[in-house]
Design a protein around this ligand. Structure first.
Ligand SMILES: [Zn+2]
Length: 186
């Protein structure tokens, strides 16, 4: 399932079929609009070139951090400081709401700038590490894909972002590679 932070990091899209459709979607107006709508955030679209630059360097650092955690490394105090600095850029308002399951206390983003968006993304990542498990962060095993996701299977063995897509593709590739090898041996 997509999370706010994985959706953000995966704006660096890789063509999982190994074709030439890889693209960095972060600077695209369409991507920015869809992302804000999906996560109910506000910011001016399109982001200015300065904002886009800040978003991209934040994205790349978060991607590197997620990769380190996926390799089993712990969150360092430097990483913690970095996340704290990013979260500080966004203010929140506390609000008590009546929902289907009773009252709920929510933290509503107060700002409408991209800085606020980055603070929300950093906070969502922090929640994953605190309430979840950083060791469950995965990078799709299809080298062409590299999609970052959170493995919430009980067995903790999810290798591919999607078994129907990357999982099947890799199965077919392994089968073909074996067939080729067998033919060469004949
Ligand atoms: Zn994949």
């Amino acid at each position: 399932m997509d999370r706010l932070w994985t959706d953000f990091v995966n704006s660096d899209y890789h063509d999982w079929r190994g074709g030439d459709r890889s693209e960095d979607r972060l600077g695209k107006t369409e991507w920015q609009q869809g992302f804000l709508k999906q996560w109910q955030l506000n910011a001016s679209v399109p982001a200015s070139s300065e904002e886009e630059g800040a978003l991209r360097s934040f994205r790349n650092e978060l991607q590197a951090l997620a990769t380190r955690l996926s390799e089993g490394k712990p969150l360092s105090s430097k990483d913690q400081e970095w996340l704290n600095a990013k979260m500080k850029e966004g203010q929140v308002v506390r609000r008590l709401n009546a929902g289907d399951e009773g009252l709920k206390l929510s933290l509503i983003p107060a700002g409408t700038q991209w800085q606020q968006v980055m603070a929300e993304v950093a906070a969502d990542f922090a929640i994953t590490v605190v309430e979840g498990d950083g060791g469950r962060i995965r990078i799709c095993d299809n080298a062409d894909c590299r999609w970052i996701f959170y493995d919430d299977t009980r067995s903790r063995t999810q290798k591919y972002c999607d078994d129907k897509m990357c999982g099947n593709l890799m199965k077919v590739r392994r089968f073909r590679a074996k067939q080729k090898k067998d033919q060469q041996q004949e």
